[in-house]
Ligand binder design. Structure first.
Ligand code: NDP
Length: 315
């Protein structure tokens, strides 16, 4: 039978390119979890995705209610859930003030981490009961959260500190909007959220791989400098970033190539190892990459997991 892959944020960029790459193989049905139904439907059509190869289900990760409804609606489709890809993200590098999700969490960590944390925890039951031979839960990471890299050392650097902000709910009123309790910084909040994504993947692996056989993985697909992720950046940055990545750092990848990479992590029979953070070299060959000290700290992963459980109402 065809596999079914749930992909969040499949209305643009990496998520759309991955949905297209999977649907084109004829071996996958893609459930696109998107906050803007019309945009997603236009994007799928414009990408040339065949009708019947995908289903769009509404999902706003900035609302835990919407995440719960999404899980219910996915179950009502009556399809198995064989792979889940937590891909959607917001990046607000120029925001002077924090904005907040429906549940009052700072937006970047709320959407990129907490919304996905609840979604992944809920859909783990569905993955576990699927009879697909290689079931996977993938959480998209990033080089920018990894301070063991050049890109990860561009200030402001990711740093979750002692998690005091996360512990008090990131509401910006009784506590700071930042995980480490510091001053709000939109670029840092994004990087912190990506560290949470990578820690969550590893904690899932430690807690559930043995029991469920599900492969848990994260990845850095390369710098896809042309996606909507940079839409809130200053115009000069948006103009110069793609050529800078293409010609100077040589870290640039097209959306199509990045989509193929993520599609490999979804379906390639050679990428079944669990607990891995995948990257690709200049010849587009995949390899197991090292995470930074903070992004691979098991104690921190456990704390982030436990605090996140409380915030999303699972504990
Ligand atoms: P895009 O902005 O193109 O895509 C992000 C997607 O997330 C969009 O579909 C967007 O929906 C969706 N989204 C945002 N907020 C919400 C929400 N509240 N609920 C549901 N969906 C939401 O960026 P990319 O494709 O670049 O990013 C995809 C992933 O890749 C992210 O996890 C990012 O961290 C990661 N990444 C990107 C890199 C890059 O260089 N671009 C490098 C490394 C990692 P909508 O279309 O409605 O806006």
């Amino acid at each position: 039978r065809k596999g079914t892959a749930v992909i969040t944020g499949a209305s643009s960029g990496l998520g759309l390119a991955t949905a297209k790459a999977l649907a084109e193989t004829g071996k996958w049905h893609v459930v696109m979890g998107c906050r803007d139904f019309l945009k997603a439907s236009r994007a799928a059509k414009a990408a040339g995705m065949e009708k019947g190869s995908y289903t769009i289900v509404h999902l706003d990760l900035a609302s835990l209610d919407s995440v719960r409804q999404f899980v219910g609606n996915v179950r009502r489709l009556g399809m198995p859930v064989d792979v889940v890809v937590c891909n959607a993200a917001v990046y607000q590098p120029t925001a002077k003030q924090p904005s907040f999700t429906a549940d009052g969490f700072e937006m970047s960590v709320g959407v990129n981490h907490l919304g996905h944390f609840l979604l992944a925890r809920e859909l783990l039951a569905d993955l576990t009961s699927s009879d697909y031979p290689s079931k996977r839960l993938i959480i998209v990471g990033s080089i920018t959260g990894n301070t063991n890299t050049l890109a990860g050392n561009v200030p402001p650097k990711a740093n979750l500190g002692d998690l005091r902000g996360l512990a008090s709910g990131l509401d910006g009123v009784s506590s700071s909007a930042m995980i480490d309790g510091g001053e709000f910084d939109g670029a840092k909040a994004y990087k912190d959220s990506k560290v949470c994504n990578m820690l969550t993947m590893q904690e899932f692996h430690r807690r559930y791989h043995g029991e469920t056989g599900v492969t848990f993985a994260s990845l850095y697909p390369g710098c896809i400098a042309t996606t909507g992720l940079f839409r809130e950046h200053v115009p000069l940055f948006r103009l110069l970033f793609p050529p800078f990545q293409k010609y100077i750092t040589k870290g640039y990848v097209s959306e199509e190539e990045a989509g193929k990479r993520l599609a490999q992590v979804v379906s390639d029979p050679s990428l079944t190892k669990s607990g891995v953070y995948w990257s690709w070299n200049n010849n587009s060959a995949s390899f197991e990459n090292q995470l930074s000290e903070e992004a691979s700290d098991p104690e921190k992963a456990k704390k982030v997991w436990e605090l996140s459980e409380k915030l999303v109402g699972l504990a």
